[in-house]
Design a protein around this ligand. Structure first.
Ligand SMILES: Nc1ncnc2c1ncn2[C@@H]1O[C@H](COP(=O)(O)OP(=O)(O)O)[C@@H](O)[C@H]1O
Ligand SMILES: CC(=O)N[C@@H](CCC(=O)OP(=O)(O)O)C(=O)O
Length: 283
């Protein structure tokens, strides 16, 4: 058994590949500790449509866009993560011989977050003061309960939401949870992080699948030479945060192939590296 912890994040866009991902995860977990962090943005949109809960985006003056987690959407988030996506992963991992344990960031206060305060944002083309957005930023991860679960051979399956300062659920990005969990676990043991997604890795040009970068160097002021858009920008920010907190290896890799985790650990996808301090500049 290896002592090194493998944290794997799997986005909701990979649901069609759940069975192969879980089979591979179970094989990796047979040789060493594994934590699975999952998202489910696509499944949240799907359930919201079924329930008739309209989904809106918040746009900051800077141009970035995020989900408007109003109270009804927060309910849908809880139902999606704890009621649909997680049980499907737990069932599949169990079928493949692992011992998964489903958790959200709220359980045991594993992931705590601060809700965004009242802020101005553009919604449906109009600038408004937003007061009921239940999303926020991660404040801390308590790695203690995760170490305990790993020590008895369980495979934690963790997702948003996190626990807010008032004891309420707070929506946080799953890539961010994966990075923060990996960083917190790395205080005690070596940790590697695999971010599985629906692309071959990080592409220099997102329109050109042949432009895969085997390595990408990020620094305090730059996310490297790739033209990263949307979700990939968030993933690279999370990867950089993980490296900053002592995670030894971060890979962004394809979740759609037969052995996605083992391939990523063997060199597939894009390995994210931190620039040496003299390279990082001050941009
Ligand atoms: N430079 C890039 N390389 C690869 N994918 C990119 C890039 N820029 C944008 N993308 C897009 O980002 C997506 C990954 O982000 P996202 O959909 O949020 O992932 P996930 O749901 O797996 O967390 C890719 O599937 C791709 O469509
Ligand atoms: C604050 C925030 O953006 N939360 C995400 C949580 C789900 C997620 O991250 O899912 P994927 O990994 O499938 O993208 C959301 O509401 O979509």
């Amino acid at each position: 058994m290896s002592d090194e912890i493998t944290v794997v994040k799997c986005g909701g866009g990979l649901s069609a590949h759940r069975e192969t991902i879980c089979q591979d995860l179970a094989a990796v977990a047979a040789g060493g500790p594994v934590v699975l962090v999952h998202g489910g943005a696509a499944q949240l949109d799907e359930l919201a449509a079924q329930l008739g809960v309209p989904q809106r985006r918040l746009r900051t003056p800077g141009g970035s866009s995020s989900r408007y987690t109003d109270p009804a959407t927060l309910d849908v988030l809880l139902m999606t993560m704890a009621g649909r996506v997680k049980p499907a992963l737990v069932a599949s991992l169990s079928r493949h011989g692992a011992r998964p344990m489903g958790l959200t960031g709220m359980d045991a206060g594993l992931v705590t977050a601060r809700r965004a305060g009242a802020h101005k944002a553009v919604v449906d083309g109009r600038t408004r003061m937003i007061r009921d957005d239940h999303s926020g930023r991660i404040h801390a991860v308590d790695p203690g309960p995760l170490h305990l679960l790993l020590d008895v051979g369980l495979l934690p399956v963790l997702s948003p939401p996190a626990l807010g300062t008032e004891g309420e659920p707070v929506n946080v990005d799953a890539d961010r949870i994966a990075a923060a969990v990996a960083g917190a676990l790395a205080e005690r043991r070596p940790v590697r992080l695999v971010l599985l997604t629906s692309a071959p890795g990080v592409l220099r040009d997102p329109e050109d699948p042949g432009s895969l970068l085997p390595r990408l160097t990020v620094s305090a002021g730059s996310l490297g030479e790739a033209d990263a858009r949307g979700g990939m920008t968030a993933k690279l920010q999370a990867a950089r945060a993980a490296l900053d907190s002592g995670v030894s290896q971060v890979v962004v890799a394809d979740g759609r192939i037969t052995h996605p985790v083992r391939e990523a650990l063997a060199g597939a996808g894009t390995r994210i590296e931190k620039a040496a301090p003299f390279e990082s500049g001050n941009v």
